[in-house]
Design a binder for this molecule. Structure first.
Ligand code: HPA
Length: 251
């Protein structure tokens, strides 16, 4: 694999410790400003780009993230591959809090977001193929990196993307489960389809931080989410370290 790796950090990953930052790019795009400056630096000798999806400090809710600007800025800085880190709720039995998942499919329940760069004005109308929303190559690389890092990940599953910022009702989760969703989060779309529009290889590493509504023992608490984030993000970091090394080997 050649080209530059970019990481979109989600909740709990607003910075990438260990990244020796050489530049913070304040990029303006045809779609406005990205969530934060794009950091360019080196990790294990490899050029890596990093952007905090919710800004740094964390201040932009999922429905207000400028996904178009974020992806555009990464592409402008020559990213070819994008690892998106997402915090999610677990729906299926095997998606217990603390689980790491490399989802394979998406169902999009979001609305009212800016979902395309092909708006007819900026770029001619175009309909991308999105049958398989994630890059299989990058998914495999993440799985291999997880093995190298001795971190267990579930390879596969359907990520249902909701609008937020509120969490779901138990009935909504029940419906999503019947639809085939395994995990639920608020940031998987339109990020994934915009990446495809921009011809970026994109995959997600999702961390289950709570049982989805109606799947746990009571209300979902921020404390529960934070506890799982603290432990889980360290594991995500281990996988990213290995991913960078794997990616480097593939250059
Ligand atoms: N629902 C939606 N988004 C989430 C959840 C959830 O339960 N947990 C973390 N992000």
């Amino acid at each position: 694999m050649s080209g530059s790796l970019a990481i979109i950090g989600g909740t709990g990953l607003a910075e990438l410790p260990g990244l020796t930052i050489s530049k913070a790019h304040d990029i303006q795009t045809p779609f406005g400003s990205p969530s934060a400056p794009v950091l360019e630096g080196e990790l294990y000798g490899l050029r890596v780009l990093f952007i905090a999806r919710h800004g740094h400090p964390h201040r932009i809710p999922p429905h207000l993230v400028n996904y178009r600007a974020n992806l555009w800025a990464l592409q402008k800085l020559y990213a070819t591959d994008v690892l998106a880190v997402n915090a999610v709720g677990g729906i299926s039995k095997n998606m217990k809090p603390g689980t790491l998942v490399v989802p394979k499919q998406i169902i999009d329940y979001t609305f009212g977001r800016e979902i395309t760069i092909f708006d007819g004005e900026f770029a001619p109308v175009s309909h991308i193929d999105f049958s398989y929303p994630y890059s299989e190559k990058l998914r495999e690389l993440i799985e291999k990196s997880a093995q190298n890092a001795n971190e267990k990940v579930i390879n596969g599953g359907v990520y249902g993307v909701t609008q937020g910022p509120r969490l779901e009702t138990a009935a909504e989760i029940f419906r999503m489960e019947k639809d085939g969703c395994d995990i639920v989060g608020m940031t998987g779309m339109p990020e994934a389809s915009l990446a495809r529009e921009l011809k970026l290889n994109y995959a997600s590493l999702s961390l289950v931080v709570n049982a989805a509504a109606g799947k746990g023992t009571g209300a979902i608490t921020i404390k529960e989410i934070d506890d799982h984030l603290n432990v889980g993000i360290a594991r995500v970091r281990n996988i990213i370290d290995e991913l960078v090394k794997e990616f480097y080997l593939k250059q």
